[in-house]
Each structure stands twice: as C-alpha cells, then as structure tokens.
Design a protein around this ligand. Structure first.
Ligand code: GMT
Length: 387
C-alpha cells in the first residue's frame, strides 16, 4: 500500500519556468495527499492562497559583518536539514542544479545519508552554467550524488551527458500545465483594449534575457505587421528590455506595441494572442509555448533545444533555424491569413497539450521516481490523458 510522502521542494521562487513547474508540482502533489514543504528564499510567486498539505519555510541568510558575500548556499543547506529533521521529510526535490543540488547533498550528509535527493535539471543550469569551468565540477558532483535526476527534455538529457560526461540514468519528465487553469479563456473584451477587431495579436512572454533573442521578436513582428494589421504584446521584463524599447522606437513601431510588464495570470493573457513568438537561442523546453498551446495558441519559434519536442513543426506551430526571422515572419503571415489552416493548428494545439503534457500523467511520473528512490514498492498508474 503506498503511503503519502513528506517532500521538501526547493526552487527559485521568483518569476521563471523552473519555479513555476516546481510550485505547480508541489500544489498537485499536496492535492493528492502528500505533505509538501517549500524551502526557498522567498514565497514562490505561484503559491497563492492557503492550501492543505502545503508549508513554506523561508531561508534566512546571515549578514554577520565578516561575510563579504552572505553564505546563502550554507543557509539553504542548513534550513533543508532542519526542516527535514523537524518534519521527518522523506526526500528533497530540488529544481535547478545550481546551487540547489549541492545544498541538498550537504543536507543529506547532515542527516547521516537518510534523506533522499531528487534533482530536476531545467535548462541554463546545464546549457550555460555547466560550460563555466569554475562551476562544471561542482554541478557534476551535485548530479552524480543525487538519488535520481530528471530533465525536462531529451535534448537537455543529451546536453547534460555531453557537457558533464554523466553516464548515470536521467529520467525524462516533460513540463506540464494544469488543465484546470490552462484552457482558452474568453477574452473578447480584453482583446479590445489592445487591438482593433481586424487586427491580430502576436505575443512574446519571457524574462528578456539574451538567450530569448528578443531583438528577433521585434524583427519578426515588423515584417508581419507590414503585411497583416497586428499588434505586439510584450509580457515580462528583464535586462534586454531597454534595448528592445529603443529598437521598437527606432523602427517606428511604438504605436503597435504594448508593454504588459510581469503578469501572473498567464492563461488569461495568452488567450488574447493569435500567435506566440519564441525565437530563442537556447530553450531546454519552453514552458511558455506549452502554456500557449494549452490555450489554443500556435507558436512561431526556433529549432532550439527541446522546443521541437514540444512544438510539432507544421502542426502546432512553425519552427525555423535560430535567427531566420524572414522565414519565421512568412510562416506567421501564412497562419494568420489562412483561417482554415489556423483552425487546424489551434485544434492540434489543444489536443497535444491535453494528451501529451497533462498534469496527471507527469505528476505520476514524479511520484514513481519518489517511491523508487525510497525503495517503496508502490503501484502508481500512469494515466492516459484524453485529447
Ligand atoms: O534555465 C533558465 O534559463 C531558467 C529556467 C527558469 O527558471 O525559467 O528556464 C528553463 O526552465 C524552464 C522550465 O523547465 C524551461 O521551460 C525553459 O525552457 C528553460 N530555459 C532555458 O533553457 C533557457
């Protein structure tokens, strides 16, 4: 008989896909009866209101005057150990290898080896940080000393093996969306705030870092809007935003662009869009493309990282080589000007999101991993999700 588990979850609590996935997973596991303890530097932003079986433990960092750099990693490791001991946790599930896998390893050592550690790799913890010679060995140690390692795409598994020479098994656990939250929302009123009825809406959502190639977003939009009356909605903020604003001004597009800032209710916002633009340089998965897909919005994107595992080229979007903005723009125009083709893509999006990336199925995969590392024999059926 399988018993409910006590699980500590650590992630980056601020805006970002890995934090979203970790938080949503914790909420779903709690609904299923597991006890979830978030151990993070701040309240995970998607945690929302009180929910049974969910607890939050804030990591406080010592600012003792001798420290030039406050030792966050040590405080996190100590907190993990304290919570694990007090709450009798079965395991720690850490999202993003750096520094979380190493902190969990320290907590495990403090527990005398009793505590199990599951590490989920999300993207730049491997594709960027594992290329940094000063971090490579410690990331490898974190991965090798975890009791189980998961990654959010086949491509990320491949890169992890290549960059770090990891031979140990890595479980594939795609990201997911909660189908009760991500579905096409009605938004005709809202749409009218941003676009005239005859105009299309193109959207980009990200943290505006260089890997997102937001300059390409503007180039694609400029080419599309020259042919199809349209507006660009930019959601999120980040270091490249001032550069992008300057580019939009210089190209005379300001009157066609809305800056939406950070938004919490992504399903509502994304439902306003006709297309999502995701021309990233690196993207281990591209959670936002899945969120769009679940709301019936096709993606125009790049063949980068795990995006092709998610977006089926020619069915739920169009993918082009990185930087090929001309091709991306003409694919966007094709979709926006062919109502029949667009309707087919929309249907394919909804079906794929519901069947392949449904929360029940992915959560069951994680549960299987938890029971496996704990050596508990448990029947966890893998639900088949209807399209
Ligand atoms: O790795 C990052 O850049 C940050 C991370 C995050 O916290 O948002 O994003 C990664 O994890 C997401 C959730 O698994 C993926 O959907 C993103 O594709 C991935 N980002 C990159 O690979 C650039």
């Amino acid at each position: 008989m399988k018993r409910p588990l006590k699980i500590g979850i650590t992630c980056y609590p601020s805006l970002g896909g890995s934090g979203v996935v970790a938080t949503e997973l914790g909420k779903l596991l709690a609904e299923k009866g597991h006890e979830i303890h978030f151990i993070t530097s701040g309240m995970p932003f998607r945690l929302g209101k009180f929910q049974r079986n969910i607890f939050y433990h804030e990591v406080e960092v010592s600012d003792y005057y001798v420290f030039r750099y406050p030792p966050y990693d040590l405080s996190l490791a100590s907190k993990m150990h304290q919570v694990a001991r007090l709450q009798q946790l079965d395991l720690l599930h850490v999202h993003y290898a750096v520094p979380h896998a190493i902190c969990a390893l320290l907590a495990k050592m403090m527990s005398g080896g009793r505590l199990k550690v599951v590490t989920t790799l999300h993207g730049t913890d491997i594709t960027v940080l594992a290329q940094d010679e000063s971090l490579k060995d410690i990331i490898r140690l974190g991965i090798r000393s975890s009791d189980a390692v998961t990654a959010v795409s086949e491509d990320l598994i491949r890169e992890t093996r290549e960059l770090l020479d990891i031979r140990e098994p890595i479980d594939l656990t795609y990201n997911f969306v909660d189908k009760r939250v991500y579905y096409p929302r009605s938004c005709s009123d809202l749409r009218a705030d941003y676009a005239d009825p005859h105009e299309k809406i193109l959207m980009h959502i990200s943290n505006f870092r260089p890997v997102k190639r937001t300059g390409d977003v503007v180039d694609i939009f400029a080419k599309v809007s020259a042919k199809v009356p349209s507006k660009l909605l930019l959601v999120g903020e980040g270091p490249d935003m001032p550069k992008i604003q300057a580019k939009i001004d210089a190209m005379g597009l300001s009157h066609r662009v809305h800056y939406m800032g950070k938004q919490d209710d992504v399903a509502q916002v994304i439902s306003m869009a006709d297309l999502l633009l995701l021309p990233s340089e690196k993207e281990s998965f591209g959670l936002v493309a899945l969120e769009a897909m679940a709301c019936g919005v096709p993606t125009i994107g790049s063949v980068a990282g795990g995006i092709p595992e998610l977006v089926v080229d020619g069915q739920t979007g169009f993918l082009s080589p990185i930087g090929k903005t001309e091709e991306m723009a003409s694919n966007a125009v094709r979709l926006l000007t062919d109502a029949k083709l667009y309707a087919e893509f929309r249907e394919a999006c909804l079906a794929r999101a519901r069947s392949e990336f449904c929360n029940d199925r992915i959560m069951a995969q994680y549960e299987r991993i938890y029971y496996r590392v704990l050596g508990i024999e448990a029947e966890v059926p893998l639900p088949v999700c209807e399209a």
